[in-house]
Design a protein around this ligand. Structure first.
Ligand SMILES: Nc1ncnc2c1ncn2[C@@H]1O[C@H](COP(=O)(O)OP(=O)(O)OP(=O)(O)O)[C@@H](O)[C@H]1O
Ligand SMILES: [Mg+2]
Length: 352
């Protein structure tokens, strides 16, 4: 079985063809980063118009790179939520048109459910992945969301919220700190690279240890701490200072994510954890989470790096799970700005 996935929830137009064992036959992403860069953030109308310009070409390329035609595909999966409404509608209407023209089944997918299911995906020629069994604990750490879930089954309705960020998402924190120290957008990969050359013990800042007991997150204090330091001392003066600052910031974020994820798995008495979202590409997070999980006898499922940031493959894969459960949508499928998952954010809820 082959599923065509289409993702257009924010500033990436993406499409992929995925086989029912998780093999990603093609994975095409057109990013709008440079289009939004002069504005300092994603401009919704600019995003929608760019999706309109590129969606058809991106889908055609995904089919061509998988060496299949639309006729060979068994179903069409598309992101319906959460995201920018105008952007989502482009993908949803395009997918509906394809489904109508080809008489193929259509399934809507929640973008965050896509992120948290992505660890089963693999590229042709690489070793296949076992997907985590149920129940397991999953951490979604992306540009817009950071939340911990107890995943009881493959369906989005079987996902229970354990905790979520009360302010910034982890990726947002990486991005805001990177912007403040002049590393540009997206900040996560840049901080990841600089931190690898830095010495966390020589970071000029101290960061509070995260409080356990609650599975909520808070990253705004860290961002403020960096801003205050820069105001008092200015930007890092050389590469060593920059690398050490990045190492300190990254270590604080990673320590919080790892300790809460492990604590959530132990409190929920599950044997496995999985992660997803752009921050799951962070090398320190992957290494630390894997090490700590293994030490505690927990299985740790890390998505391949290509499957962490936004992509069409995770949408095709999550859609496949819905199809396997006997579900599909009709042409009344609609887009929504909110996730179907519970409590994806607790912004404004105050201190943990
Ligand atoms: N190596 C990395 N280390 C840390 N963060 C990273 C890394 N690679 C990407 N990121 C971060 O991941 C985020 C993008 O991830 P993703 O594409 O999943 O987010 P999004 O789709 O914008 O948000 P959401 O999924 O919540 O709607 C950015 O904040 C980026 O800085
Ligand atoms: Mg995303």
């Amino acid at each position: 079985m082959l599923v065509l996935g289409i993702e257009a929830s924010c500033d990436e137009t993406a499409s992929a063809v995925v086989r029912d064992d998780g093999c990603v036959m093609s994975d095409v992403i057109h990013t709008q980063t440079s289009l939004h860069a002069p504005h300092g953030g994603v401009v919704p109308e600019v995003a929608s118009r760019d999706h309109v310009r590129h969606v058809s070409r991106v889908v055609e390329r995904a089919l061509a790179e998988a060496c299949v035609s639309l006729n060979d595909v068994d179903a069409i999966a598309v992101t319906t939520r959460p995201g920018l409404l105008g952007a989502l509608l482009v993908g949803v209407e395009f997918a509906k048109a394809l489904a109508l023209a080809t008489e193929k089944p259509l399934v809507g997918v929640d973008h965050l459910h896509g992120h948290l299911s992505a660890s089963a995906l693999f590229l042709p020629g690489t070793k296949g992945h076992a997907a985590p069994s149920f129940p397991h604990v999953a951490l979604v750490a992306s540009g817009g969301h950071t939340a911990l879930y107890l995943v009881r089954g493959p369906h989005a309705s079987q996902v229970e919220a354990l905790g979520a960020t009360r302010d910034d998402a982890a990726g947002e924190c990486f991005d805001k700190v990177a912007k403040a120290i002049g590393l540009g957008y997206p900040g996560g990969p840049a901080i990841d690279r600089w931190a690898a050359k830095g010495d966390v013990s020589r970071c000029p800042l101290t960061f509070p240890r995260c409080r356990l007991g609650s599975f909520d997150f808070s990253f705004s204090g860290l961002k403020t701490r960096v801003a205050a330091h820069l105001e008092a001392h200015g930007l890092p003066q050389n590469e060593d200072e920059l690398a050490n600052l990045c190492a300190g910031v990254q270590a604080a974020i990673v320590r919080t994510l790892v300790s809460k994820t492990i604590a959530a798995a132990e409190a929920s008495r599950v044997p496995a954890i999985a992660i997803g979202g752009g921050v799951a590409a962070n090398r320190a997070l992957r290494a630390e989470l894997f090490r700590e999980a293994t030490e505690r006898g927990l299985q740790c499922f890390l998505p391949e790096k290509f499957a962490c940031t936004d992509n069409g493959a995770m949408i095709a894969w999550a859609g496949l799970q819905r199809l396997r459960a006997g579900e599909q949508d009709d042409l009344s499928l609609d887009a929504s700005t909110t996730s179907i998952l519970p409590s994806v954010t607790r912004k404004g809820s105050g201190r943990r």
